[in-house]
Design a protein around this ligand. Structure first.
Ligand code: FAD
Ligand code: DLZ
Ligand code: SF4
Length: 512
């Protein structure tokens, strides 16, 4: 009797160690679309359609390669509703007498799987996920004895360990980081490339119909659906990114533009996170573009740092700090999310744009997530748990291991600074410098207080004022607190008053 080999929706690659010694004649590969995973937060409709379609295509590929696949569709009558129950039924019906699975990306599911052996009464082996460059144990070792953990130092270790962008033990070009070249705003005349898109095939069409039926109450627009859903298509996205977007990725990495959600970003996170692409092949291709002279070093290094640095770092950070990270709340923030997080109806054009992009595409690029929606969530003291759930459900690339550190530790500073050296708080002038949003806004970015003043302006100073005991000794906050000290009391009081009015409005879901 064989082994039941479970593959989760974000493990769609034949390189998984659990497949390497599979006996194709007797082992069963189990994949299941289940209510528990699809509704533990109410994921964006597009995210569910994307994953179910990618899962179905992947299962077809396994069958073509002669694996015996047991695939459970969401609307099968016998659907058991949870992974555990699907595994249980599969054991009963196939005669398999052991289970093997790749470690899941989320803490909640790992903790549950650790009980499976007891619950099922058969051996359950959980293998390490081989898709990362570093193991969680390596991160823990690196983190030991460090008072603060900065991505930059972890990243340098990863460069040395992998040899990526290294030359005789030194970083290519002589520097580890070229971020000072990566902060340009986008000139109005600059045209941006089209994102890589695909038309839905029959499998995707039927998944779209299913999602419309079963998940009608979930957030987000299902159509138009144009994600890649196979490895071949994902490779096309990678190819077009390397050719068309990578060369200017670095320069415009932090820029934002009205009605331009994709810009020079790769939109590869969906595919890397669910397994259709490996981070290694993505990095290899980016590095090759530099050596071939088709993309400059600031772009290539900046891009590689996101994956070899940030992506690996947040994953190690997540496992190091769970479960506490999920409930950290350094600023004791407790406001409910305003309704416009769901419908985008606000006069603040930057927030309207970023939320509408998110609703349409299950995607927003990094600086929208960080400096607009994230900055707003920090300054208005939104409840970290609600913010985390929002980010986990709205983006098609979101799994808790990558989402939670970015939300809790990066945007909300809810862990008090284990990840970020200071809160990513900013006034409207940052958003104005990096975007054209303010030109189309009902608020005035140059006004600091009073009617029509940009809310980010007074909220920013109110936040610094309110939290000065927690922040003023932070060496990276020295300059801003100097400016704060120079402000006269009436100005500070006006920021407090306008801030209080605004916060009351969003608590009552009045129009802002
Ligand atoms: P690009 O800009 O092209 O970057 C290339 C790749 O680098 C990405 O595909 C991604 O794999 C990696 N990357 C970049 N930044 C980060 C980062 N901070 N952490 C981890 N990986 C990174 N990314 C997710 O994959 N899932 C999430 O749920 C997620 N939630 C986020 C929440 C917040 C509040 C913030 C500030 C960032 C979040 N990110 C998340 C990181 C980043 O915003 C996305 O990876 C990126 O926007 C995806 O688009 P892209 O593929 O076009 O990225
Ligand atoms: C996100 C997701 C969704 C929406 N649905 C499923 C599913 O039906 N079956 C499945 O195996 N995986 C799904 N996933 C991905 C899992 O939630 C993911 O594997 C865990 O969160 C661990 O990262
Ligand atoms: Fe956003 Fe303020 Fe600019 Fe309006 S003026 S778009 S609210 S930063």
């Amino acid at each position: 009797s064989g082994t039941l080999r479970l593959i989760l929706g974000d493990q769609l690659t034949e390189t998984l160690p659990i497949l390497q010694d599979a006996a194709r004649s007797e082992d069963i590969i189990l994949m299941a679309e289940v209510k528990e995973e699809a509704t533990y937060v109410k994921h964006h409709k597009k995210k569910i359609a994307f994953l179910f379609s990618a899962m179905r295509h992947f299962a077809e590929g396994l069958k073509r390669n002669n694996y015996q696949v047991r695939y459970r569709c969401y609307d099968d009558e016998e659907n058991q509703g949870s992974l555990l129950k699907e595994v249980q039924l599969a054991l009963e019906q196939t005669g398999c007498n052991k289970v093997i699975v790749t470690a899941p990306g989320e803490y909640r599911l790992l903790k549950s799987m650790e009980q499976w052996e007891n619950q099922l009464g058969v051996p359950v082996t959980i293998l390490e996920d081989s898709r990362f460059y570093s193991t969680t144990a390596e991160f823990d070792e690196w983190a030991q004895d460090r008072k603060t953990m900065r991505m930059e130092f972890f990243y340098r270790e990863m460069r040395k360990k992998t040899g990526v962008l290294m030359e005789d033990g030194n970083p290519v070009g002589g520097k580890w980081n070229y971020d000072e070249k990566n902060r340009e705003s986008l000139p109005a005349s600059k045209s941006v490339p089209e994102p890589t898109t695909f038309s839905p095939d029959d499998i995707t069409e039927s998944v779209i119909a299913l999602v419309e039926n079963e998940f009608a109450g979930h957030f987000g627009d299902l159509s138009p659906f144009h994600f890649a859903v196979t490895r071949e298509q994902a490779l096309t996205v990678l190819e077009e990114f390397i050719e068309q977007r990578l060369p200017e990725f670095g320069k415009y990495q932090d820029a934002m533009r009205h009605n331009a959600p994709w810009l020079f970003h790769s939109h590869l996170s969906f595919y890397i996170n669910c397994g259709l692409l490996s981070p290694r092949e993505v990095i290899e291709q980016a590095e090759a573009a530099y050596h071939a002279g088709t993309a400059p070093l600031n772009s290539v290094e900046g891009f590689i740092r996101q994956i070899l640095g940030w992506r690996e770092f947040v994953r190690g950070f997540y496992w190091h700090y769970m479960p506490g990270l999920a409930t950290d709340n350094y600023f004791n923030a407790d406001r409910d999310l305003p309704d416009f997080f769901w419908d985008g109806y606000t006069n603040m054009n930057c927030m309207r744009q970023c939320i509408t992009d998110t609703k349409n595409n299950a995607y927003a690029h990094h600086i929208q997530r960080l400096m607009v929606i994230g900055n707003f969530s920090l300054l208005t003291e939104l409840d970290p748990v609600q913010v985390q759930q929002w980010y986990l459900l709205v983006y098609a690339d979101a799994y808790e291991w990558v989402e939670l550190p970015n939300v809790s530790a990066m945007i909300l500073f809810a862990d008090g600074g284990n990840l970020a050296s200071k809160p990513y708080a900013a006034s409207g002038s940052y958003i104005n410098r990096m975007s054209d949003y303010c030109k189309n806004c009902g608020y005035s970015v140059s006004k600091k207080t009073g009617e029509k003043a940009c809310p980010f302006n007074y909220l920013y100073w109110r936040f610094l004022d309110k939290n000065k005991d927690k922040l003023k000794d932070n060496p990276r906050m020295g300059l801003v607190y100097k400016s704060y000290e120079r402000m006269d009391d009436t100005k500070i009081q006006a920021m407090r008053d306008d801030g209080a009015i605004f916060l009351r409005k969003i608590s009552n879901n009045e129009e802002v």
